[in-house]
Ligand binder design. Sequence first.
Ligand code: ADE
Length: 240
Amino acid sequence: MTPRNTCDLLIQVAMQAEALPIIHLLSLKPIGRLDSNLPSELWRGSILGHQISLVTHGRDSDFDCDRIGTESAAVVAFLALRITRPKLLLNAGTCGGFASQGAAIGDIYMPTRFLFHDQRVALPKFDLFAKGDQTTPDFSQIRSATNAKHGTCSTGSSLDTTVQEMGFFAAESVACKDMEAAAIVRVARDFQTPFVGLKAVTDLVDHHQTVQESFLKNLKFATTRLADAVDRAARAFSLL
Ligand code: ADE
């Protein structure tokens, strides 16, 4: 590791479609692959004198799509944290929200509690490890700058939701569901790096429209809102 690889703020984004509006708004420059063995891409820039790195999970060459999900989330978080040693890791992405909890398409959540909803291991201690209930500190300046909603985020490996998972979400008062955050929080904890999640709602889990229909229809709107929130968060962070 050389000093020029370090940064103040590391932004981790799974999909390129989620990342591009942020890259444009923050005028970040492409650096290339984070590692020759991974498709993860690195961008860099600065805001108010603070160095920013942004990493995406990159495209899977076999399946020709972004490497969404918890495996890539953990691998990319580990490598990017090791290389860039940031003061703060910000995971920006999209999520499913719940109309029953007052969510609307394009709302921004900044959760401070994270869970896994599809990891079940009915063995002592492993049960709690699998559920992975973790809390992160609230950054009040970032919350006020982004006007983000509070709540619990639950992470799983599927875009859709089973009946059993609906019961889990109700029991745990889950406000948003995604496919990466809880995995990244665990790695950030290993590095003792503060974590902030910003998640823009593309679909409502308790709505009759299918998740894939809503996701595709609302992706552009939600990612534009997400980029604005990340820009505000980065400016608030640089004033801390
Ligand atoms: N990202 C956007 N919408 C999602 C959903 N409903 N579940 C998981 N990840 C998502």
